[in-house]
Design a protein around this ligand. Structure first.
Ligand code: ATP
Length: 295
């Protein structure tokens, strides 16, 4: 294999046996991630799903370069990740938009930081605003926009530098159900057009199953990947099948139920492990044992 072939075969973003521990307020270690491995290729949409505290944000922070792992490696295009980089764009749930700037200036901000010439900056921002459907509100104040529109500004801003990977931490978490569905399809349309690698965190099982090409289910204490599934519902959407028809397809409903069971089982296992460590809590396993004793 030539050096060129090796680069071509390499994952865009690669996580290898990653572990991260924090300290809690009593200085006790909290194992946020343990032995997590994951590859994200160009054009792939990886979705992380799991109960609160299973380490999803910690994983994203390592990928973004905001946090260093205690063990294992995070690589981007084969190089160790040592800090944030414009090639990895980040979108958060309540994206920190600048309220004193209008929509255009918010999206333009990363390009100003990089000293783009004025004319090119304007063209790029026009393109991005068209892509997320915000051209008509370009000069409006941020506070005058709905939550969904603000989220689209955050998305356009994250795309400004044309990153190769988008890292999205519950980007749709604060939106109402209808806006959320519209945003799901908007993100899929953008993904289909740009073929970026995307890592997206969500708590919504239906959203995860609909959007993912690779779905990972994580479990807490310690944060691990307990299941992986390759899915093609988002590719079906991009081939023209309506989102509502996909979501009511028996294959989709069955996958959604299977993923729900995986999450409930991993939660039960983790509760059981916690229960064995602590005698003071009445855990589900203990309740099960009590029931068994009285049967
Ligand atoms: N800075 C920190 N100091 C101590 N513990 C932390 C810190 N950040 C996260 N943790 C703990 O690490 C674990 C993983 O947290 P993380 O935020 O990565 O999980 P998550 O799956 O993203 O949760 P959520 O879905 O609630 O956002 C949790 O137990 C959390 O309390």
């Amino acid at each position: 294999m030539t050096a060129f072939d090796q680069v071509a075969a390499m994952s865009l973003l690669s996580i290898d046996r990653l572990s991260v521990a924090y300290e809690d307020s009593a200085k006790q270690p909290v194992q946020a991630l343990q032995d997590v491995s994951l590859d994200i290729d160009a054009g792939e949409l990886v979705v992380a799903l799991g109960a609160s505290g299973c380490g999803k944000t910690t994983l994203l922070n390592v990928m973004a370069g905001f946090l260093s792992p205690d063990a294992g490696q995070a690589r981007f295009r084969g190089e160790a990740i040592t800090g944030p980089d414009a090639d990895r764009g980040v979108v958060f749930q309540n994206d920190a938009l600048f309220p004193w700037l209008d929509v255009r200036s918010n999206v333009e901000f990363p390009l100003r930081v990089k000293d783009w010439p004025k004319r090119e900056r304007a063209d790029r921002v026009d393109y991005l605003l068209r892509m997320v459907g915000l051209s008509k509100v370009a000069n409006q104040a941020i506070w005058s926009l709905s939550g969904g529109m603000q989220q689209r500004v955050g998305l356009a801003r994250a795309l400004a530098n044309d990153p190769e990977v988008l890292l999205m931490d519950e980007p749709l978490g604060a939106l109402d159900a209808i806006t959320r569905q519209t945003m799901q399809t908007l993100i899929l349309d953008l993904w289909g057009r740009t073929r970026k690698g995307i890592f997206l965190i969500t708590h919504e099982i239906e959203e995860a199953v609909f959007m993912a090409t690779q779905l990972i289910v994580m479990s807490p204490r310690p944060g691990r990947i307990v299941a992986r599934k390759n899915l093609d519902f988002s590719r079906r959407y991009l081939s023209g099948e309506p989102a509502r028809r996909i979501k009511s397809d028996p294959a989709f409903v069955a996958t959604r139920e299977e993923v729900l069971s995986l999450i409930l089982d991993s939660q039960l296992d983790s509760d059981r492990a916690e229960g064995e460590k602590s005698a003071t809590y009445i855990t589900r396993p203990k309740i099960e044992r009590l029931h068994a004793a009285h049967r």
